[in-house]
Structures are given as structure tokens and as C-alpha cells.
Design a protein around this ligand. Structure first.
Ligand code: ADP
Ligand code: 5GP
Length: 213
């Protein structure tokens, strides 16, 4: 599928997309391509206490913060959700999400299962997607192929992967990342379809209504 959305009329009301899946399943790969292909969806930059990986940029990939700063964000109610993942804390800043949705824009959160559950509770209109690997063996080889984590971290991520996958039944959409091109198509199809919902396009509907005689 090759998207041609040059003249695409954006919806009046954006969507809050939540993307979850075990580490190494390809969430970031799918999300990056989708944000480049589908206009009008912002990426929510999470706060985290984990150290940056090589090539990661503060304020772009994450807001890399100290434990004290993270405590401050939690205490001030500035996080829409947060969770401890693989020994570090990660959280979604509430303000950018509210301001994007308030301005009719869409925003996408790539977060873990515990965080996704908090968002589903706080924002029941959220559109939830779960990315599944083809198998656990494939997941392991992807985590190794990325070559950014130590053996100990990889082993821990594999154990925690099965816990994340147990929660996939709570999500609206499942995208299997087997063949990457197919997965891109399926993932982007969900985003585009959700943005065509009539409820997000009331202005267009109203403008088309014939005046009453
Ligand atoms: P996540 O964000 O879920 O942790 P990544 O997007 O970082 O996962 O992907 C993990 C690794 O797997 C990366 O090296 C990525 O290039 C690779 N990858 C992702 N999807 C596929 C796929 N369908 N086939 C082969 N490799 C893939
Ligand atoms: P990584 O360290 O590989 O970037 O991310 C590890 C895990 O943390 C991934 O499963 C990712 O989805 C999750 N994560 C990233 N940001 C957030 C966030 O803001 N909140 C929650 N709950 N999880 C997050």
C-alpha cells in the first residue's frame, strides 16, 4: 500500500492513538513510518529516567530526566500515565496530549501495557493498537539484531515480553509484524480508517446538509 494523502482533508477532531507491544516487536519502526505517511499525527515524547541510547536525542526521542525530576512530574500531576518498565520509569506528559486533542490534532503514544491500561481508563475514546511478533523466537532475534542492549537486558526483556503479550486481548486492533511491508500497510490502514470516522468530520457533514425548505 502506498498512501497518497496530499489533498486529504484532515478530521476536525483528532484521535489519541495508543501503541503497545513487547520490546523488539517493531513498534518504533511501524510508528516512525506511519507518522511520516499520515499527516496530522504528533508523536508524544515521553519522559524517562533511562539513559539515552547511542543516537537518541533529548527532547526528540525522549525527555531524559533524573529520578528527582520524574518524582516532581508525578507529584505535580503532570503525567497522564506512567509505569516502571525494565527497571526505569517512563511517563506521558499530559499537557502536549491535551493541547493536541484540543486543537483537533491527533497524537500517538508508544507506551507499555500498564501505561496503556491507565490511558484506556482515563481516555476511553483512545484508539488502541497492539503490535505482535510473529513468534517469541523471532522477537529474540530482533532484540539481538538491534544490538543496543546487554545480554542481561535482553533476557529480562524476553521475560517481560510474554507478560505484555498476555494483555493483547484488551486492545482494539492487533497488528502482526511478520513481513515488514505488510505490517506497515496494516498499521497505517488502522490510523487512516480511524481518522475517517464520521464523528471526527462533523463540520464536513454539516456543510453538506441542504438547508431546510
Ligand atoms: P520496538 O520499538 O518494539 O522495541 P523496534 O522498532 O526497535 O522495536 O524493532 C526492533 C528491531 O527489529 C529493529 O532492529 C528493527 O529494525 C527490526 N524489525 C522491526 N520489524 C521487523 C520486521 N518485520 N522484520 C525484520 N526486522 C524487523
Ligand atoms: P525503550 O527503553 O526500548 O525505549 O522503551 C521500553 C518500553 O517503555 C517500551 O515498551 C515502550 O513502549 C515503553 N514506554 C516508552 N515511553 C513510555 C511512556 O511514556 N509510558 C509508558 N507506560 N511506557 C513507555
Amino acid at each position: 500500500m502506498s498512501l497518497t494523502l496530499r489533498t486529504w482533508r484532515r478530521p476536525d477532531q483528532g484521535a489519541l492513538f495508543v501503541v503497545t507491544g513487547a520490546s523488539g516487536t517493531g513498534k518504533t519502526t511501524l510508528v516512525r513510518a506511519a507518522l511520516a505517511a499520515v499527516p496530522g499525527i504528533a508523536w508524544s515524547v515521553s519522559a524517562t529516567t533511562r539513559a539515552p541510547r547511542v543516537g537518541e536525542v533529548d527532547g526528540v526521542d525522549y525527555h531524559f530526566v533524573s529520578h528527582d525530576r520524574f518524582d516532581g512530574l508525578v507529584a505535580a500531576g503532570e503525567l497522564l500515565e506512567w509505569a516502571e518498565v525494565y527497571g526505569n520509569r517512563y511517563g506521558t506528559l499530559r499537557a502536549p496530549v491535551e493541547s493536541a486533542l484540543g486543537a483537533g490534532q491527533s497524537i500517538l503514544l508508544e507506551i507499555d501495557l500498564l501505561g496503556a491500561r491507565q490511558v484506556m481508563k482515563a481516555m476511553p475514546d483512545a484508539v488502541t493498537l497492539f503490535v505482535l511478533p510473529e513468534s517469541l523466537a523471532v522477537l529474540e532475534s530482533r532484540l539481538r539484531g538491534r544490538a543496543t542492549d546487554s545480554e542481561e537486558v535482553i533476557q529480562r526483556r524476553l521475560r517481560e515480553a510474554t507478560q505484555q503479550i498476555d494483555g493483547c486481548g484488551e486492545f482494539q486492533y492487533l497488528v502482526v509484524n511478520d513481513d515488514l511491508d505488510t505490517a506497515h500497510d496494516c498499521f497505517q490502514a488502522v490510523l487512516v480508517a480511524e481518522l475517517q470516522r464520521r464523528a471526527r468530520r462533523e463540520t464536513l457533514v454539516t456543510a453538506m446538509k441542504r438547508p431546510a425548505r
